[in-house]
Write a protein that binds this ligand. Structure first.
Ligand code: IMP
Ligand code: ZN
Length: 346
């Protein structure tokens, strides 16, 4: 079977997808039509093939998208579109993450923001879209300790009231802004109340102390972890902590290459962790902004690192073990994978 067709038909698990970074060209088109007065063009919301940007420029892109997505209607449309696009790409289980925002001009509150994402998930369920979706409430590190604490409190409420849809916390945002020590108590509180934690760690160099501190919690998964290992300026001590706690890494190849934290695909730290046999999950990060999808990311990993179709199948299957939803969901997904497994891998 041709590689791209194999990757598309492969059942997949997506664990690292920021809602507003995942908005497709088509949805951006609809948003631009809703808000022509903003004079926003497509070139301002996505980084095309062969293009690269500094990390700082990437964060400017999010600001533009946030201007386009500032009401309940927008969030509902964006979330339903994103969920359906992931499903169309063969994703069977998706953990979406997003930073609740308030917008005085549209009356949007953080609580309504989360409720609207939940409504979109429920709507897709009603329409029998073939995908199980959960939500991680994101903390933007830029906003400091108090906002982090408030976000955790909101997430705790939804953990109890959302029927298993809100299951965790994400720590993200511009990694060059703020310090993890200010967020430690909020993250610890989240963990203590049963929320799962996925933290962007060592996305840029020189964050050794922050990473070391946050690894002590420990998080349930790590986003990127680009500069954890010694060859990238991290340390064996950090690697040991990750390995001893068996913390899976969410790896987003195109995001790192286009955002220029990794020089080229061949130098991506996927190789380091995969060869070690450490749990890794291929993810998109921001499929809209980086103009990719999960099938393309799997194909890129396979061609760059010489993975057979069988190895790719294993990689997608093993991702089930690292989801935040309970064991009963893992069992359902494992059954789905068994049903879809090509004869030659059985
Ligand atoms: P939102 O949370 O749904 O609005 O998605 C966009 C947000 O996700 C950005 O404003 C950042 O806070 C976060 N984000 C997206 N990609 C990255 C990344 O690569 N590193 C850190 N934060 C990110
Ligand atoms: Zn991310």
């Amino acid at each position: 079977m041709r590689p791209m067709r194999f990757m598309r038909e492969l059942p997949k698990v997506e664990l690292h997808a920021h809602l507003n970074g995942s908005v497709s060209f088509q949805t951006i088109e609809k948003l631009i039509r809703r808000k022509p007065q903003l004079n926003i063009e497509h070139s301002m919301t996505a980084i095309g093939k062969g293009q690269r940007r500094t990390l700082d420029e990437c964060f400017q892109v999010f600001k533009v998208i946030h201007q386009l997505v500032d009401s309940e209607e927008d969030i509902f449309m964006v979330a339903t579109d994103v969920i359906k696009e992931f499903a169309a790409d063969g994703v069977k289980y998706l953990e979406l993450r997003s930073t609740p925002r308030e917008e005085t001009t549209t009356g949007l509150t953080k609580r309504r923001y989360i409720e609207t994402v939940i409504k979109a998930i429920q709507q897709c369920k009603r329409e029998r879209v073939d995908i199980d979706v959960r939500f991680l409430v994101a903390i933007d590190r830029r906003n400091g300790s108090q906002v982090a604490m408030e976000t955790v409190q909101l997430a705790e409420e939804f953990l109890l009231s959302s029927d298993g849809l809100v299951i965790g916390i994400d720590l993200s945002g511009d990694p060059t802004v703020g310090h993890g020590r200010d967020l430690l108590s909020a993250l610890q509180k989240a963990k203590d109340s049963g929320l799962k934690l996925s933290l962007h760690l060592s996305e840029v160099p020189s964050q050794h102390d922050e990473t070391d501190l946050l690894l002590n919690i420990p998080p349930d998964r790590i986003g990127h972890g680009t500069f954890l290992h010694p060859e990238m300026g991290g340390s064996q001590g950090l690697v040991d902590k990750v390995v001893q706690n068996n913390i899976p890494l969410e790896l987003c190849l195109t995001s790192n290459v286009k955002g220029q934290t990794v020089q080229c695909y061949a130098e991506h730290h996927f190789k380091y962790w995969y060869q070690m046999g450490h749990p890794v999950v291929i993810c998109t990060d921001d499929k809209g902004v980086f103009a990719t999808d999960l099938s393309q990311e799997y194909k890129m990993a396979a061609t760059t690192f010489g993975l057979s179709h069988e190895a790719v199948w294993k990689l997608s299957q093993q991702a089930i073990d690292y989801i935040f939803a309970p064991d009963s969901v893992k069992e359902q997904l494992k059954q789905k994978w068994r049903d879809l497994q090509p004869q030659e891998f059985k």
